[in-house]
Design a protein around this ligand. Structure first.
Ligand SMILES: *Cc1c(COP(=O)(O)O)cnc(C)c1O
Length: 365
């Protein structure tokens, strides 16, 4: 009865919710610390909270499906035109549009060895195969080699910059050099979900969407309101590309794909640069504390350009450590599912991190 493509797919395992810890361990919701899904530890901008309250009587109305105001604001921010923009229910949905637009049973995508799981999942929805580099992190020479060997098959290349779940990033100049080797017939997706974090840490990592799409008609830049803007629960993301790509993806977009309240929230969020600055500044100040904790405890960590850090374990088991943390009310992401004996921890507020350090220290003793 079911489509054969579903046979080699598993249900995606999202980060564990606070509600689960409340149910299973009887811990009060206010005492649970969630450092598992790279959400913003400061919540969202107070301007957004206010706007959502003011819009609470608008739930019966469909949103303006042209997303005029939001696109105008994004176009101004990135120095592109509204015709270069597509809005998705999270940038996840745009990955889905891309898969349906370019993939089928005869072709493939190319990705890093360990990267965002949704590229693989949506590719399989479309029946396409997935070619990954032997290297877990982004290795452009391996990518180029695989690309050349499978040129007729590879319809899209996904670069996650910086990479979730490992945290590494590449210099924009190396990325552009790589892109020049790729046929204009291959779509290059740059997932910039954390690119503002990378840009804050090191300007050389910043991908400028306007430069990108001017120089590469076969590129699309993806970004989201879920991380630095603190709107994960609102589900809004966007793609920036040449009009020819946006037109094709638009054919796959269902009407009203984000909600009236989400649209409001995202539009207002763009006006509060201060909130994002505070987020980025806190993130890297606190990241240093994580690096020091790791050094003090002899834990290997992966240098990160994102709002999370990966701790790799040697003799101890990461699933056990995550489970112990969960019992103490802290949710992190175990990485055994990625084949790594490691945990991924979202950088929290100073107070949340204090708690994590205290509990992890107890567990490791
Ligand atoms: C969080 C994330 C996204 C998008 O999340 P949405 O909430 O669907 O916008 C996309 N790519 C990566 C790598 C992410 O980490």
């Amino acid at each position: 009865m079911f489509n054969k493509k579903l046979e080699n797919l598993k249900n995606y395992e999202a980060g564990k919710p606070i509600e689960l810890v409340v149910r299973e361990y009887g811990i009060d919701a206010k005492d649970v610390i969630k450092l598992a899904s790279n959400e913003n530890p400061f919540g969202t901008s107070v301007l957004v909270e206010q706007a959502l309250k003011n819009a609470s009587n608008k739930a019966h109305l469909y949103p303006d499906d042209s997303y005029f105001e939001l696109k105008e604001a994004l176009a101004a921010k990135f120095n592109v035109t509204p015709k270069n923009l597509i809005i998705g229910q999270g940038s996840d949905q745009i990955i889905e549009f891309i898969a349906h637009a370019v993939l089928n049973e005869t072709n493939a995508i190319l990705t890093a060895g360990v990267t965002f799981a949704m590229y693989d999942i949506y590719a399989k929805h479309a029946g396409a195969s997935v070619i990954k580099t032997p290297s877990a992190s982004h290795n452009l020479s391996q990518m180029l080699e695989l690309y050349k060997a499978n040129k007729d098959k590879i319809a899209a290349i996904f670069l996650c910059l910086p990479n979730n779940p490992l945290g590494e990033c590449l210099d924009a100049s190396e990325v552009y050099d790589f892109m020049r080797e790729i046929s204009p017939k291959t779509l290059i997706v740059i997932d910039g979900a954390y690119n503002d974090f990378a840009k804050f840490k090191d300007a050389k990592k910043a991908i400028d969407p306007s430069d990108l799409i001017r120089n590469f008609k076969n590129a699309i830049f993806l970004a989201t309101f879920s991380k630095s803007y603190g709107l994960g629960g609102m589900r809004v993301g966007y793609g920036i590309a040449d009009e020819s790509i946006i037109n094709e993806l638009g054919k796959l977009r269902p009407p009203f794909n984000i909600t009236t309240l989400s649209l409001k929230a995202a539009t207002i969020a763009l006006s509060d640069a201060e909130f994002v600055d505070k987020t980025l500044k806190n993130n890297f100040e606190q990241m240093t504390r994580y690096e020091n904790f790791a050094k003090d405890h002899g834990i290997e960590f992966l240098p990160s350009y994102t709002n999370f850090i990966v701790f790799k374990f040697d003799t101890q088991n990461s699933s056990q450590i995550s489970q112990e943390l969960l019992k103490k009310g802290i949710i992190v992401r175990d990485m055994q599912g990625y084949g790594l004996n490691a945990i991924r921890i979202t950088i929290g507020t100073a107070t949340q991190n204090d708690k994590l350090f205290e509990k992890l220290d107890e567990i490791l003793k």
